[in-house]
Structures are given as structure tokens and as C-alpha cells.
Design a protein around this ligand. Structure first.
Ligand code: HXC
Length: 258
């Protein structure tokens, strides 16, 4: 598959996608979001891939939706085409883990895209924000919904209403990111985490992801029930037998994803 706005490669069992519109700090347009969705779906369907990483450049993960493209849109243009938002849904249906490696700016739609991945590893240079208010709009791809769940209502209000940016240290304190590392380590750190994940039994990885996502979207009692059923079902896998036998026999497990 040839893409124009992203660069795609594999490193072992990890699929790596680089957002690649450097002239506009990886501003997100319809083409980029479509290509990103296609690449993620292809990796998700590939038995040789166990996890994915999305990254940008040193300067920007993504500076938001493409303002130039949006500037002259009318209400009917965006309503009828569901501009950008329609394509954003693809990433939510990806079943294998997706990690965002964020260096530099992750603003507006860029911050929302990072939040749609399963977790964010960021560089000490990272800056997160939802500055849409400065443009006379509001976040349109989950900023007002995922931020309060991820970092609290107070900080979500602060960021969305003032448009100020949050640095890496604040993002880590707030719980938006799982790790902050020096900028030149960021991508490697994410690739190493993805490599670790990809070596585990894929069914258990997917069920862990699915269960944690339940915690985000449903009630505690429903989530507990869902987790318990997933847990029980893993005892039907060969990998559960292999993983536990390997522990007892003091050797490394050899997972078959079955
Ligand atoms: C289009 C963008 C862009 C964007 C930057 N550029 N962000 N183009 N859409 N979101 C372009 C600039 O116009 C400029 O092009 C080039 O990238 C470099 O940017 P500079 O502004 O010169 O860089 P710098 O001075 O370092 O400032 C970086 C920045 C600033 C702070 C990130 O670019 C900025 O504020 N960008 C907009 C951030 C934003 O408002 N994002 C939210 C968008 S709305 P030229 O041609 O001049 O070199 C959104 C809604 C989501 O995301 C809705 C989802 C459905």
C-alpha cells in the first residue's frame, strides 16, 4: 500500500506509523486520517503484528486538524461529510494495542488522536492542549469527553476554556501519559514497550485492552463482570496452559496466540 501522508514500516512484530506532513506540523486532514485508519486496520489483521506505534516528528506529533482546510467550511460541509470525525472512529475499533509516541506538539485533534490510542509515552519536549477555543470552535473528536475522564474535570475545563498548553511534566502528573522520557529516547521507548506487548499471547493482550476500555465507558459492576468473563475465557486458550507451565518449569513461555 502506498501512502502520501504517513510512513509505515514494521520492526519485528511491531507496526510503526509516522504521521508525515512536516510542512504543516502534521496537521490532520481527511486524507491523513483515512490513510492512518487503513494502515492500522491492515496491521490489526496481520498475524505477524502484535502491537502498533504512532508517532510524528521531533517538533510535532500533530498540531491539530488542518486549519487551512477547515477555514472556509460551512456548517453543511462539516455536518454532511462528518469532516474528519467519521474517519477518527477507525482507530477505536483496532483490537491490538496502539501506543502514541509524542514528541513536541499534540494539540487539538493531535491531542485527541493521542488520547484515542491505548497509552501515551511522551518526550520531555511534549506539549498537549486543546486550543480550539482560540479559533472560535471546540474540540470535535473527544477532547471534551476523554480529557475529563483521563485527567479530571478541573484540568479539562482549564485546558479547553483557556486554550493553554500543558507540558510533559504536568501531563504525567495529571495522568495523561504513562511515561516521560528524554526526546531522543521517546520513539525507542514506545517501540520497546510495543515489542514487549507483542511477545505476549495476543488473545490475553486484546482481552486486557478490551477490559480496561470497559472501565472508561461503563459502570464498575458491568466492568467487573466483563473482566471476570474475559478472565475465565482465557482458560480455554493454549497460551494459558503454556504460560503457566513455563512458569512452573522455570523456562520462557512460547506463546502461539491460540
Ligand atoms: C494547518 C498548521 C497547523 C494546523 C501549524 N500549521 N499548525 N497548518 N493546521 N493545525 C502550519 C503553520 O501554518 C506553518 O505553516 C507551519 O505549520 C509551522 O507552524 P508555525 O506556526 O510557524 O510554528 P510555530 O511558530 O513553532 O508554532 C507552532 C504551533 C502553532 C504553536 C503548534 O503552529 C499553532 O498554534 N498551530 C495551531 C494549533 C491549533 O490551533 N490546533 C487546533 C486546530 S483545530 P507556514 O506555511 O506558515 O510555514 C482542531 C480541531 C479538531 O484540531 C477537531 C477534530 C474533528
Amino acid at each position: 500500500m502506498t501512502y502520501e501522508t504517513i510512513l509505515v514500516e514494521t520492526q519485528g512484530k511491531v507496526g510503526l506509523i509516522r504521521l508525515n506532513r512536516p510542512q504543516v506540523l502534521n496537521a490532520l486532514n481527511d486524507q491523513l486520517m483515512t490513510e492512518l485508519g487503513e494502515a492500522l486496520v491492515a496491521f490489526d489483521a496481520d498475524d505477524n503484528i502484535g502491537a502498533m506505534v504512532i508517532t510524528g516528528s521531533d517538533k510535532a506529533f500533530a498540531a491539530g486538524a488542518d486549519i487551512g482546510a477547515m477555514a472556509s467550511f460551512t456548517y453543511m460541509d462539516v455536518y454532511k461529510s462528518e469532516y474528519i470525525t467519521r474517519n477518527w472512529e477507525t482507530i477505536r475499533n483496532v483490537r491490538k494495542p496502539v501506543i502514541a509516541a509524542v514528541r513536541g506538539f499534540a494539540l487539538g485533534g493531535g491531542c485527541e488522536l493521542a488520547m484515542m490510542t491505548d497509552f501515551i509515552i511522551c518526550a520531555d519536549t511534549a506539549k498537549f492542549g486543546q486550543p480550539e477555543i482560540k479559533l472560535g470552535i471546540i474540540p470535535g473528536a473527544g477532547g471534551t469527553q476523554r480529557l475529563p475522564r483521563a485527567i479530571s474535570k478541573a484540568k479539562a475545563m482549564d485546558l479547553c476554556l483557556t486554550g493553554r498548553l500543558m507540558d510533559a511534566a504536568e501531563a504525567e502528573r495529571a495522568g495523561l501519559v504513562s511515561r516521560v522520557v528524554p526526546a531522543d529516547r521517546c520513539l525507542d521507548e514506545a517501540l520497546e514497550a510495543a515489542t514487549i506487548i507483542a511477545a505476549y499471547s495476543n488473545p490475553s493482550v486484546m482481552m486486557a485492552k478490551e477490559s480496561i476500555n470497559r472501565a472508561f465507558e461503563g459502570s464498575l459492576s458491568e466492568g467487573m463482570l466483563f473482566e471476570r468473563r474475559m478472565f475465565h475465557s482465557l482458560f480455554a486458550t493454549e497460551d494459558q496452559k503454556e504460560g503457566m507451565a513455563a512458569f512452573v518449569e522455570k523456562r520462557k513461555p512460547n506463546f502461539s496466540n491460540k
